[in-house]
Ligand binder design. Structure first.
Ligand code: CMC
Length: 428
C-alpha cells in the first residue's frame, strides 16, 4: 500500500485501487473496478467495513464517542439549538439566519394539516395495531394525496417536498398515538412551534383545555435533536436504497419507518422498557439478567447496550442520561425502572464480557425512561424516534439524489445448488 492507493496481488497480477480521502475519519478504497479487473467481489456481511456513499451530513467517531451534525458537536447542538433549527441545518448544510429560519418555519406551517380522507384510512386499523405499522402505512398513503414526483433538479420542488413531509409526518405520528388511545384526531395549531404543535396534537384531550408544559416540550425537543441523524444506519441506508431507484420521497421514508421498527434498531427503546419491567417483575436481580445476556445458549441480549459504531460511549446516551435525571427530578417522579437501569448499567460496565466487547449503554437505554416519565406509552417510543430521525432521512435522500448516486444493487456470493433439471411432481 502506498499513501494514495492499495495494491492487490491476485492470480499472478497486480491491481491498484485508489484511496478516497475524507475530511475526518475513515478513508476508503475505491474498488469500483475490482470485479471487472479481477472477477472478484467483496463480501462484508452487515456492511461492517463498507462505505455505501460519500456524505457531508453527519460524522461520528465510534472510538472517541463523537457525533457532529454538519460539523457541529452534538453536545453544543443539544444545549443551544432547537429541533426546527436542526432540521434546517441537516437539510441545508448551514445554521439558518433569522429570516431563513422564519421562512422555513412558516413554510412548514403552511402545510400544517392532513387531507381529511386520510382519517378514513386510520379508522380501518384495529386499535391494537402497532403504531409503527400504522405510521409506515400512513406515510406511504400520503403519496396518494401528494402524487407529484419531486423534480430533484428544482430546489423549489425539493424544498417544498421536504417541508411538506416534515409538516404532515408530525400529524401522522400524533395520529397513531391518538388511534391507540381511541382519541379523536386533529390538525395542527399554527400559533405553536413544531414540537409544541406535535405535543398538543398528540396529547390534547377532547374535554380539557390543553396546558403546554415547558418541561415536557424542552425534553421532547432535546430527544428529537439527539435522534435527528446518525449517518448510514439501517433505516437511513434503507431510505437511500429505496430512493436510489428514484422512488419518491414519501415512499422512501415509509420504508425507513419499517426498518426503524426493528428491536435491533429504533425498536430497542421499547424493548429496553419491556426488559426493565420484566426484570422488576422477576424480583429485580440484575446480576441474573446480565448472566443471561452473556450466555451464548440464551438468545437474551441486554437491550440498550452495544452499538455497531460506538465502541467507547454513545455521546447521545451521556446527554440523555443527564436529561432523564433532570426530568424525573423536575416532574418529581420516582421510577423503579430507572433504578433497575442504573443497577444494570453499573453491573454491566464492570463486567469483563461487556468491557471486552466494548458494549456501552446506547441512546435507547435512557430515552424510554424519559418518554415513560412524560406519560408516553411504550409502543409509541419508536414513533418518537421516527419523528426525530425524519430530517436525517430527508437530508440523506436529498443528498443521494442530488449527487446522482446510482441505484443500490449489491452482488452476492452464491452457494446454492448448481444447474439441475426440473422433475415432475410424481418423480420427486
Ligand atoms: N447484550 C449482550 N451481548 C451483546 C450485546 C448485547 N446488547 N450486543 C452485542 N453483544 C455481543 C454479541 O453477542 C457479540 O458477542 P461475540 O463476539 O461473543 O459473538 C459481540 O457483542 C458483538 O456483537 P454484534 O452483534 O456482532 O455487534 P453488531 O455491531 O452487529 O450489533 C447491535 C450492534 C446494536 C445490533 C447489538 O449491540 C445489539 O443487538 N444491541 C441490543 C439492541 C440495541 O440496543 N439496539 C439499539 C442500537 S442504538 C440505536 C439505533 O441504532 O437505533
Amino acid at each position: 500500500m502506498s499513501d494514495n492507493k492499495v495494491i492487490l496481488n491476485y492470480d499472478g497480477k497486480s491491481f491498484e485501487y485508489p484511496i478516497v480521502d475524507s475530511t475526518i475519519g475513515d478513508r476508503g478504497i475505491d474498488i469500483s473496478k475490482l470485479r471487472d479487473q479481477t472477477g472478484l467481489i467483496t463480501l462484508d456481511l452487515g456492511y461492517k467495513n463498507t462505505g455505501a456513499t460519500i456524505s457531508e451530513i453527519t460524522y461520528l467517531d465510534g472510538d472517541k464517542g463523537e457525533l457532529l451534525y454538519r460539523g457541529y458537536p452534538i453536545e453544543q447542538i443539544a444545549e443551544k439549538s432547537n429541533f426546527t433549527e436542526v432540521m434546517y441545518l441537516l437539510l441545508h448544510g448551514e445554521l439558518p439566519k433569522a429570516e431563513q429560519f422564519n421562512s422555513f418555519e412558516n413554510n412548514i406551517k403552511k402545510y400544517n394539516f392532513v387531507a381529511d380522507e386520510l382519517k378514513k384510512l386510520i379508522d380501518v386499523f384495529p386499535r391494537s395495531a402497532h403504531p409503527m405499522g400504522v405510521l409506515s402505512s400512513l406515510t406511504s398513503a400520503l403519496t396518494a394525496f401528494n402524487p407529484k414526483a419531486v423534480d430533484v433538479k428544482s430546489k423549489e420542488e425539493l424544498d417544498y417536498a421536504s417541508e411538506l413531509m416534515i409538516a404532515k409526518f408530525s400529524h401522522l405520528c400524533a395520529w397513531t398515538y391518538r388511534k391507540t388511545q381511541g382519541l379523536p384526531i386533529n390538525h395542527g395549531d399554527n400559533s405553536l412551534n413544531y414540537v409544541e404543535n406535535f405535543y398538543k396534537m398528540a396529547f390534547k384531550l377532547p374535554n380539557q383545555e390543553f396546558v403546554m408544559d415547558p418541561v415536557v416540550v424542552a425534553a421532547l425537543d432535546k430527544l428529537l435533536i439527539l435522534h435527528a441523524d446518525h449517518e448510514q444506519n439501517c433505516s437511513t441506508s434503507t431510505v437511500r436504497m429505496v430512493g436510489s431507484a428514484h422512488t419518491g420521497l414519501f415512499a422512501s421514508i415509509s420504508s425507513g419507518v419499517s426498518a426503524l421498527w426493528g428491536p435491533l434498531h429504533g425498536g430497542a427503546n421499547q424493548a429496553v422498557i419491556e426488559m426493565l419491567e420484566l426484570i422488576e417483575k422477576d424480583g429485580g436481580d440484575v446480576n441474573k439478567w446480565v448472566e443471561k445476556a452473556k450466555d451464548k445458549n440464551d438468545s437474551f441480549r441486554l437491550m440498550g447496550f452495544g452499538h455497531r459504531v460506538y465502541k467507547n460511549f454513545d455521546p447521545r446516551a451521556k446527554i440523555i442520561k443527564k436529561a432523564a435525571d433532570d426530568i424525573l427530578g423536575k416532574l418529581g417522579i420516582q421510577d423503579k425502572a430507572l433504578d433497575i437501569a442504573m443497577q444494570l448499567e453499573k453491573v454491566a460496565l464492570e463486567d469483563e464480557y461487556f468491557i471486552e466487547r466494548k458494549l456501552y449503554p446506547n441512546v435507547d437505554f435512557y430515552s424510554g425512561i424519559i418518554y415513560r416519565a412524560l406519560g408516553i406509552p411504550t409502543e409509541m417510543f419508536t414513533v418518537m424516534f421516527a419523528l426525530g430521525r425524519l430530517p436525517g432521512w430527508i437530508a440523506q435522500w436529498r443528498e443521494m439524489r442530488l449527487k446522482g448516486d446510482p441505484i443500490g444493487r449489491p452482488r452476492q456470493i452464491y452457494q446454492g445448488a448448481t444447474e439441475r433439471d426440473y422433475l415432475d411432481i410424481k418423480s420427486r
